[in-house]
Design a protein around this ligand. Structure first.
Ligand SMILES: Nc1ncnc2c1ncn2[C@@H]1O[C@H](COP(=O)(O)OP(=O)(O)OP(=O)(O)O)[C@@H](O)[C@H]1O
Ligand SMILES: [Mg+2]
Length: 295
């Protein structure tokens, strides 16, 4: 991919709608070999873009899903103790000397080590997803791993990546990620898309939806995002909702339809409650008026 336009076109072929600003950081991350740090609300396409980039480049996607308590051993490698025990017992029973217990046969590769292995297709895409769920010690560890792309296994020696992986980190910003880690990366805030772009995304992901239904769904979800909600709906919810409506053969929104299908859009009872009674109708009327105004 030789230009920002190339990035946009290639991602569009994967049904990923990428704005100019995001395409620019993706282009630069690939060109400069820098990790890309994507922060933003839930369901705005952060994970999906890593998949789309890997598919576009024909690279393997390796995903390290972060969670509270994730430590270096679960991220890099572990020894298969059970298999080692079996090998020892089998050797003892047969009166033989046990095999080398610290060889590839007993090594369980976790995503970071996997991402450093040579790959004929080229360096893989390493997605470090939802980094904000881990803790600071793990971040410090990652910082080191991302700076030299090598892993030392005391029993085996140092393994280094022949070509550094393409690294994409994501965060929902439930906490701030440390500056030192961010400094290594190119940063982009993934916001909710504007109306036209969200229509484009819906056209790519739910092409069966009519233009009229798409416009209503997107406008309504966009309107919901301006409400005081516990959890605002992401693009994922827009797509889900449209698919639910299609499955129900709905051609246009109505207060009843909204009430019946709101669970596709809002995932907290408190939020759903806010749209009870005449509230859904009020919002829908507003949305319709805006749509009529914009032609
Ligand atoms: N720009 C986009 N182009 C195409 N599809 C998109 C886009 N943004 C979001 N989507 C769709 O929304 C869904 C959710 O996106 P994704 O899982 O990447 O969100 P996320 O930002 O990783 O959310 P979370 O923070 O909850 O993990 C995807 O399956 C994809 O279909
Ligand atoms: Mg995600």
């Amino acid at each position: 991919m030789n230009s920002i336009d190339d990035v946009q076109t290639a991602l569009a072929e994967q049904d990923y709608v990428c704005g100019r600003a995001l395409a620019t950081v993706v282009f630069l991350a690939l060109r400069l070999g820098r990790p890309l740090f994507l922060e933003g609300e839930a369901g705005t396409g952060k994970t999906e873009i890593a998949k789309a980039i890997a598919a576009t480049l024909g690279r393997r996607l390796i995903r390290l899903q972060c969670y509270e308590g994730l430590d270096a051993s679960s991220a890099v490698y572990e020894w298969n103790f059970a298999a080692q025990m079996v090998a020892i017992r089998a050797a003892e029973a047969g009166g033989q000397t046990p095999p080398d217990l610290f060889s590839d046969d007993f090594l369980i590769e976790r995503p970071l080590l996997d991402a450093m292995r040579p790959d004929p297709a080229g360096a893989p895409v390493l997605l470090i997803d939802e980094l904000d769920r881990t803790d600071e010690p793990f971040e410090a560890f990652l910082l080191e791993a991302l700076s030299d792309f090598q892993v030392t296994i005391p029993e085996m020696g140092t393994i280094s990546a022949p070509e550094p992986p393409i690294v994409i980190l994501t965060s929902n910003r439930t906490r701030e990620v440390h500056d030192a880690l961010k400094r290594r990366c190119l940063y982009h805030w993934v916001d909710y898309p504007a109306f036209d772009r969200e229509i484009e995304i819906l056209n790519a992901r739910a092409p069966e939806a009519s233009e009229a239904l798409s416009r209503e769904v997107v406008a309504f979800v966009q309107r919901l995002r301006t409400e005081d909600l516990f959890k605002r709906p992401g693009v994922a919810e827009t797509i889900d909702w449209a698919k639910c409506l299609l499955a129900l053969d709905v051609l246009n929104l109505s207060p009843d339809v909204i009430a019946d299908t709101l669970g596709a859009v809002l995932k907290y009872q408190d939020d759903i409650q806010k749209l009870q009674g005449s509230e859904a109708k009020r919002l829908l009327d507003e949305v319709r008026a805006d749509l009529a105004e914009d032609g």
